[in-house]
Write a protein that binds this ligand. Structure first.
Ligand SMILES: [Cu+2]
Length: 174
């Protein structure tokens, strides 16, 4: 028999399913580009910097390119990559990130790309959200909402990035 209690449980279950779907739907569109799940790490005590990542899917037939990122909460925002130089992980600014037609690029996933935010006006904690403006060569400009999230596991791009930031004279973990 389908009791009220069970009905409530079922309802609650579908609510959580809906909430999970909403998390996945954290995305933005501009022109042929779909930007998925912009997220950043909480800032660390005494370090007014953080890094942000997202995916970009180019659903069009024209190559595009991310050419700038700006955030009002940071005094400077740069597009960054990282490489190992003399056993030291170093990050450096790049002029843009190519988003070829029909392809998906995910910052920090199989690459070291990230958006670097310097000079945060206030510390960022898990659960905070802030706007970030992305500019693409062809698709134009879009405001996305970045969610501040805890690192998922050590060894992911964020953990490596934090390691780099705090210990940039030590050899990078491989
Ligand atoms: Cu960086």
């Amino acid at each position: 028999m389908f009791t009220f209690q069970r009905w409530k449980t079922a309802l609650l279950g579908s609510f959580f399913l809906a909430a999970a779907a909403a998390v996945q739907a954290h995305g933005f569109n501009v022109g042929d580009l779909a930007i998925s799940h912009p997220h950043a790490r909480p800032s660390l005590p005494g370090v007014p910097n953080t890094a942000a990542w997202f995916g970009v899917q180019n659903q069009g037939k024209t190559d595009d390119r991310l050419i700038s990122a700006r955030a009002a909460i940071a005094s400077r925002t740069e597009i960054h990559d990282m490489k190992i130089e003399n056993d030291i992980m170093r990050m450096f600014q790049v002029e843009g990130i190519d988003i070829p037609a029909g392809q998906s690029i995910k910052l920090g996933d199989g690459n070291k790309l990230h958006i670097m935010l310097f000079g945060l006006q206030q510390p960022l904690s898990v659960g905070d959200k802030f706007p970030l403006t992305l500019q693409f060569e062809k698709a134009g400009t879009v405001d996305v909402e970045v969610w501040v999230e805890a690192p998922r596991k050590s060894g992911d791009a964020a953990a490596e990035h934090d390691h780099h930031q705090h210990n940039d004279t030590a050899p990078a973990a491989q």
